[in-house]
Design a protein around this ligand. Structure first.
Ligand SMILES: C[S@@+](CC[C@H](N)C(=O)[O-])C[C@H]1O[C@@H](n2cnc3c(N)ncnc32)[C@H](O)[C@@H]1O
Length: 430
């Protein structure tokens, strides 16, 4: 392996990685999950690493992902590296981690650099295996809250519906829609533009979602697909570690245990409510030709006994598109369009917004993703594309302060109900 001179990023991917690190480091500190990204990104900026420890491993990881037809963007590489270091430190029980790696620690940057150096030069190549072969598998049940609200307010479009969740991870999202005992929406603070919690709206939701007569499935059946079977023990630890930051562990040591319990609950409930299908890398993007991987995938939908195996009433992709480049995002939207019934709904929840269509980015690809997900708050949105009113294009239903989904503002997107197009506000005032 060639050791590059630390300050000369000879490979364009390294130059882009440096840019991504710089941008994440320059992000307003208060908005970043401190200390994880700010300090870790600083430590993995290759020129600051003694001897450029991570140069060769990062290049190898970029290539490993390219070789399996799944190229990784520089921002995703930063996230993946941060999470891999976090995983490494927790698995190896590195003394002092995470407490000595926080903003209040004496020299957190030095600690992260040392960790990165140790992990990168570890003869067992554990870090390398992780960055070469893993994707980001972060998930928190709270991300289901927006969909729970929408499904509860528009029963005409959801009751008895068949849903497909792409990038399902543990399957939290559709579990909550199918099983009321797992519901999370009541923990969401709906705020106005001034950040004031709207008691009227939360009161309404309480009645809508919490009253005993409403403790029923919001949808019919659901299928989750992912390239990783996150319920397999080998993958579970990685997915759980991805879903908590060192900062969260420092502040709330029960966060991990809570998530683990949620995961166990979701898995326990899943035989009746959801089948998770594991895809191979890139399967979701292949055409549905006879004998192709995607054809096998469609047959497996039949096996999952969801009634109408060919098309779904709604498809969801939450926190998936941000991992991809523009081309793969288009393929994702193509697949969602293909897999959704002609009168169905597509939902994307991500750090993206709908922008006016242009020649380069026509409908329905007119979603602009923000690569630095921590640039500022209120970037993570729930968007809908209603096939019954394609002229409306992508519409905003909800914006969250962060992808942890504790606070949200409502958007004015509308769903078609009979002859009318109704927003969440309309439905709440009925
Ligand atoms: C950041 S996690 C989000 C999980 C969950 N949807 C959420 O919002 O909490 C992204 C998930 O997408 C999955 N994924 C990545 N590429 C995929 C693909 N091509 N097809 C299906 N799933 C994919 C990953 O394995 C991972 O579980």
């Amino acid at each position: 392996m060639v050791e590059l001179a630390p300050s000369i990023p000879a490979d364009p991917r390294l130059a882009l990685l440096h840019e991504a690190c710089d941008e994440i480091c320059d992000t307003d500190r208060t908005q970043v999950i401190d200390p994880y990204y700010r300090v870790a990104a600083e430590a993995i900026k290759l020129e600051t690493m003694p001897g450029g420890h991570l140069t060769a491993p990062v290049l190898e990881a970029f290539e490993a992902h390219e070789n399996i037809g799944y190229p990784i963007t520089p921002y995703t590489m930063v996230h993946l590296l941060c999470r891999s270091l976090h995983f490494y430190a927790l698995q190896r029980e590195i003394p002092g981690y995470p407490h000595e790696y926080g903003p209040d620690a004496g020299n957190a940057t030095a600690a992260w650099r040392e960790l990165a150096g140790t992990a990168a030069s570890d003869p067992s190549r554990e870090l390398q295996q992780v960055i070469n072969h893993r994707t980001i598998n972060s998930t928190v049940p709270e991300r289901a809250r927006g969909m729970e609200i929408v499904a509860s307010l528009f029963p005409e479009r959801f009751r008895g519906a068949h849903g497909l969740d792409i990038g399902a991870n543990f399957g939290f999202l559709h579990q909550c829609l199918v099983d009321p005992r797992l519901r999370t929406a009541l923990g969401l603070n709906l705020v106005d533009d001034h950040g004031v919690t709207s008691h009227r709206l939360t009161g309404h939701l309480l009645r809508q979602l919490g009253a005993p007569e409403h403790l029923q499935p919001l949808i019919g059946t659901s299928l989750g697909i992912d390239i990783v079977d996150c319920r397999h023990p080998v993958n579970t630890a990685w997915a759980l570690h991805c879903s908590v930051t060192p900062g969260e562990l420092m502040r709330d040591r029960y966060r991990y245990e809570t998530l683990e319990q949620e995961h166990v609950r979701a898995v326990e409930h899943s035989p009746n409510v959801q089948q998770l299908v594991q895809l191979e890398w890139g399967d979701i993007f292949t055409q549905h030709a006879e004998g192709s991987a995607a054809h096998r995938f469609l047959r497996s939908l039949g096996r999952a006994a969801i009634g109408q195996p060919r098309r779904f009433d709604f498809t969801t992709a939450l926190t998936v598109g941000y991992l991809f480049d523009e081309e793969k995002r288009r393929e994702l939207i193509d697949q969602m369009m293909h897999l959704t019934q002609p009168d169905g709904l597509l939902f994307v929840q991500d750090t993206c917004r709908a922008v006016p269509p242009t020649a380069d980015r026509p409908e329905p690809y007119n979603l602009a993703f923000e690569p630095n997900i921590y640039r500022k708050p209120w970037l993570y949105r729930l968007l809908v594309y209603d096939k019954l009113q394609p002229e409306e294009g992508w519409q905003e239903l909800m914006t969250y302060r962060t992808p942890r989904c504790l606070e949200a503002r409502l958007g004015d997107g509308r769903l078609r109900v009979g002859k009318e197009a109704l927003s969440i506000f309309d439905r709440m005032s009925m």
